[in-house]
Design a protein around this ligand. Structure first.
Ligand code: PXG
Length: 462
C-alpha cells in the first residue's frame, strides 16, 4: 500500500494513477475508466468549474442536478464555518434536538406546499426514498392494514441506489445488479410521449399512462396498495415532462382507491422547475415528498422527507417509537448550510427568476438554436431542466443503434469544448445552476450547438 503523496504540484497523470489504483467510482465501468483516466475537477465559481489542466467548463448539470445557487457562495461557506465552531455534531435521537435542525424543519415546512408540515431528515436522496418506503407502509400498519404494503412506481424512474431506492426505481439494469430486488414493488409504464406515444396525441397518451396505474391497482387489489411514487418530471430518466393531463388523472386515481401519493422531489425541488417544488408546477398535492440535492445546493449532503398531516398525525397519535433514523439525521452543519441556502434563495428571489425570466429564456434559446439541428428529434423541459432527444431520423423518430453510442460521443465533445452536458442513452440533459445569466445561457446553447455539429460530423464519418 503506497502512501498518498498528493501536493498542489502533483500532475494530472499521477492523480489519475492514484485514482485508478484506489478509487471505485459510482455508476462507472471502473476498468474502462481507469484505462482512460478520470477528469480531475479542481475548483469552481458561479456556473463554472475548472479541471486540473486549467480548462474552464460551463457546468450545465449544476454538479449533479444540485448546485442550484452556484459555486462559491460565501453565505453558505460562512454558515458551515460558524456551525462547525459552535456545534459540529449532535444527534437528534433520545429526546434531544438542536437549533439548526429545528430551524431547517420549520423553514422547509414554510416552503413546501399544502399540509406538508412535518420533516424527517436523512443524508441522501436514497435514504429519503427508503424513509418514504418505510413510512408509507408503517402508516398503513398503524391503520390496522398491514396488507396495504405494495408500492407502485414507474419504468425508467430513478429513486436512488440503496436496495430500497434501486428496487423502487424503474432502471432495469439496476434491478439485475445485486439482485434480487425488494418484494412488494410494482412498476407501470412511464409517460414518455415522444419516445413511446406512437401516433397517440399527448392527451390520449397521458390518459393511457395514468390508466396503467388504475389497471395495476385493480390487478393487485386496492386494499394491498400503500402508495404510488413518482418524480414530477423524470430527471435521471432523461428529463421527461409528462403530458399536461397526466398528473391530474394520477391524482384522481390515487384518491379513488385511497393510495398515498408520494412525489420524489430530489431533482425537481428547490426551484428547478420554477416553483419551490415540482409538485406545485405540475399541480400535484402529494401526501409525502422526498428532497435532497438543491436543499443545500449540494454544498453538504443532506436530505429530507416532508410529511403531510395525514401521515404525521397517525405517527403522533400512534404513541409508539418509530424505529427509523440515521446517525446524521438533521446534521447541524448540513442543516445550517441548507437553512442558509433557503434564505439565500428567498433573498435573491430565485424562484421568480427561474419561473418568469431565465427559465423561459433558457427553454426558448434551446429550441431556437437546436430544434432544427438534424440530430435533434425533440426538446422538452421546464424551468431550468431540459432533455434533448438525439435521433437518426427526425421524421420517424428512429434512434441510432446502441453501438453508435451517440450520447457518449456528444457528451465527450461537450466536455472537450467547455460544457458539461449529461447523456442519458441517446438523450442529452441539462440542469444548469439557477443563477445562470442570460449571457451564460447564450454561451451554453452556442456550445451545445457546436458540439452537436461535431457529433454529426463523427456520425457522417461513420
Ligand atoms: N430520487 C431522485 C429523483 C434522484 O434524482 C435520488 C432519488 C437519489 O439521491 P442520492 O442523493 O441518494 O443520489 C436521485 C439522485 C444522474 C444521477 O446521473 C442522478 C441522481 C444520482 C446520481 C446520478 O442523472 N439522482
Amino acid at each position: 500500500m503506497t502512501q498518498s503523496t498528493l501536493t498542489p504540484s502533483t500532475s494530472t497523470a499521477e492523480i489519475q494513477a492514484m485514482d485508478a489504483a484506489h478509487h471505485i467510482h459510482p455508476f462507472s465501468n471502473s476498468g474502462a475508466l481507469n484505462r482512460l483516466g478520470s477528469r480531475v475537477i479542481t475548483r469552481s465559481e458561479g456556473v463554472y468549474v475548472w479541471d486540473s489542466e486549467g480548462n474552464k467548463i460551463l457546468d450545465g448539470m449544476a454538479g449533479l442536478w444540485c448546485v442550484n445557487m452556484g459555486y462559491g457562495r460565501q453565505e453558505l461557506i460562512d454558515a458551515a464555518t460558524r456551525q462547525l465552531g459552535e456545534l459540529p455534531f449532535y444527534n437528534t435521537f433520545f429526546q434531544t434536538t438542536h437549533t439548526p435542525a429545528v430551524d431547517l424543519a420549520a423553514l422547509i415546512a414554510s416552503v413546501t406546499p399544502g399540509d406538508l408540515n412535518h420533516v424527517f431528515f436523512a443524508n441522501s436522496g436514497s435514504e429519503a426514498i427508503d424513509t418514504i418506503i418505510r413510512t408509507t407502509r408503517q402508516y398503513w400498519q398503524i391503520q390496522g392494514k398491514p396488507y396495504k404494503h405494495i408500492l407502485i412506481s414507474r419504468e425508467n424512474a430513478y429513486h436512488g441506489s440503496t436496495v430500497g431506492g434501486a428496487s423502487l426505481g424503474g432502471m432495469s439494469a439496476m434491478h439485475k445488479q445485486g439482485a434480487p430486488t425488494l418484494p412488494g414493488i410494482e412498476h407501470i409504464r412511464q409517460p414518455y410521449w415522444y419516445g413511446e406515444g406512437g401516433d397517440q396525441s399527448p392527451e390520449d397518451f397521458g390518459l393511457a399512462c395514468a390508466q396503467a396505474l388504475e389497471d395495476r391497482i385493480l390487478a393487485v387489489g386496492p386494499d394491498n396498495v400503500a402508495a404510488f411514487i413518482a418524480e414530477p418530471v423524470q430527471g435521471a430518466g432523461g428529463v421527461i415532462v409528462p403530458p399536461a393531463n397526466y398528473w391530474t388523472e394520477i391524482q384522481r386515481i390515487c384518491r379513488k382507491y385511497d393510495v398515498l401519493l408520494a412525489a420524489d422531489e430530489v431533482i425537481c425541488g428547490f426551484g428547478r422547475t420554477g416553483s419551490w417544488f415540482g409538485s406545485q408546477t405540475l399541480g400535484i398535492e402529494p401526501d409525502i415528498i422526498s428532497m435532497a440535492k438543491g436543499l443545500s445546493s449540494g454544498y453538504l449532503p443532506i436530505a429530507a422527507v416532508a410529511i403531510g398531516d395525514r401521515i404525521a398525525n397517525a405517527l403522533l397519535e400512534w404513541d409508539d417509537e418509530y424505529a427509523h433514523g440515521f446517525t446524521y439525521s438533521g446534521h447541524p452543519v448540513a442543516a445550517a448550510v441548507a437553512a442558509a441556502n433557503i434564505r439565500l434563495m428567498q433573498s435573491e428571489n430565485i424562484i421568480d427568476y427561474v419561473a418568469s425570466d431565465i427559465g423561459p429564456y433558457f427553454q426558448k434559446q434551446l429550441r431556437d438554436t437546436l430544434a432544427n439541428h438534424p440530430l435533434v428529434g425533440h426538446i422538452e423541459g421546464l424551468g431550468l431542466m431540459a432533455g434533448i432527444a438525439l435521433v437518426k431520423d427526425k421524421s420517424t423518430r428512429a434512434l441510432f443503434s446502441d453501438d453508435v453510442n451517440i450520447g457518449l460521443i456528444c457528451r465527450n465533445h461537450c466536455f472537450n469544448n467547455g460544457l458539461i452536458m449529461r447523456a442519458v442513452g441517446s438523450r442529452m440533459v441539462l440542469s444548469p445552476p439557477l443563477i445562470i445569466t442570460h449571457e451564460q445561457v447564450d454561451e451554453l446553447v452556442t456550445k451545445a450547438k457546436h458540439c452537436l455539429d461535431l457529433t454529426m460530423k463523427d456520425v457522417n464519418a461513420g
